[in-house]
Ligand binder design. Structure first.
Ligand code: NAP
Length: 289
């Protein structure tokens, strides 16, 4: 199976290098600039193309590892007559394979293959990809294509989760919650520490060490990590302390605390099915009634 890459950036270089390392055939790179394509080809030990359709012609699988905004136009620049029996992929988290409009009528299969991981370097990140999670979404228009893609990803020691195209946007929003929004939550906590008298540096150090400890407890848990790692007043059923926090906060901070506490209450119930939560429920749901 020959695998080509359009877009010689961080994701293209990283996946291609890993493929080459595992003995797969990388047919080459095409990119917006010839310089990028040449450098990537040298890094991976393959060749570069000045014509995207020449690369398509010699590839069974073509990854469009270009920015999200360029995927549709790059796809439309492919010669439809060369698409028969090919597999076309992109790596966007937010876009589904709906962006490959009409691909079924050309006899090609379409997949979005999203690395659920930050890829920050063209030349270093490939080393950290094994054991990371990739999601696969899409539809085979030729029998065997999906099985071949799953096998290809598993041969790279990637953990693959399959998702539906309809859920792609919500899936991406969830990823944002687990990464960007977690930083937003820590920023809210930091502001409260600074207001309480912490220095900026002291607040950063305090919230990071607390968050790291919690994440490590979850990472090392044998099962049900989010439940196992849970500590704090809600899992103790300590409604008095939670009421104090709600009183101490106002505005968005109070609302964020209250909404997340409702989620934490569900974890606490899973941890302790006999939890006496009547007062917690009153407190956390009072503003909705
Ligand atoms: N980086 C991550 O952490 C990450 C994680 C998950 C998913 N993704 C997804 O992976 C995809 C690629 O992201 P990236 O981080 O690798 O981006 P990137 O490092 O900016 O690389 C994009 C590459 O695409 C090339 N390119 C741009 N427009 C093009 C066009 N019209 N035709 C041909 N080549 C073009 C650029 O070309 P030149 O260098 O030639 O100018 C660049 O090399 C995106 O869909 C992104 O959402 C990224």
């Amino acid at each position: 199976m020959n695998i080509g890459f359009v877009g010689a950036g961080k994701v293209g270089c990283s996946i291609a290098k890993l493929l080459a390392q595992r003995g797969k055939c990388v047919s080459g790179f095409y990119s917006r600039s010839r310089k990028s394509a040449m450098e990537a080809a040298e890094f991976v030990g393959t060749t570069y193309f000045d014509d995207i359709n020449q690369l398509l012609e010699v590839s069974d699988v073509l990854f469009l590892t270009v920015p999200d905004g360029a995927i549709a136009s790059v796809y439309h620049s492919l010669n439809p007559n060369l698409l028969v029996d090919k597999i076309i992929c992109h790596c966007s988290g937010a876009l589904s394979t709906a962006v490959f409009e009409g691909i079924e009528k050309w006899g090609a299969s379409a997949f979005s293959v999203h690395p659920f991981v930050a890829i920050s370097s063209r030349y270093e990140s490939y080393q950290y990809l094994p054991n990371s999670i990739f999601t696969l979404e899409g539809k085979e228009n030729c029998p065997g294509h999906k099985k071949a893609m799953l096998q290809l990803l598993r041969d790279l020691d990637l953990r693959v989760e399959e998702i539906s195209g309809e859920s792609k946007v919500a899936y991406h929003g969830a990823a944002v919650m687990a990464s960007n929004l977690m930083l937003g939550l820590l920023s809210v906590a930091k502001k409260e520490l600074v207001a309480a008298g912490f220095s900026e540096e002291g607040a950063d150090a305090a919230i990071l060490s607390l968050a790291e400890g919690n994440l490590m407890n979850a990472v090392h848990a044998k099962e049900n990590p989010l439940v196992s790692a849970l500590t704090g007043p809600i899992q103790r059923g300590d409604a008095g302390t939670v009421a104090g926090h709600l009183q101490a906060f106002s505005g968005d901070t109070r609302e964020i605390y209250r909404l997340l506490s409702k989620e934490v209450l569900q974890l606490a119930r899973a941890k302790n099915p006999t939890l006496d939560d009547i007062n917690l429920v009153k407190l956390l749901y009072e503003e909705e009634t």
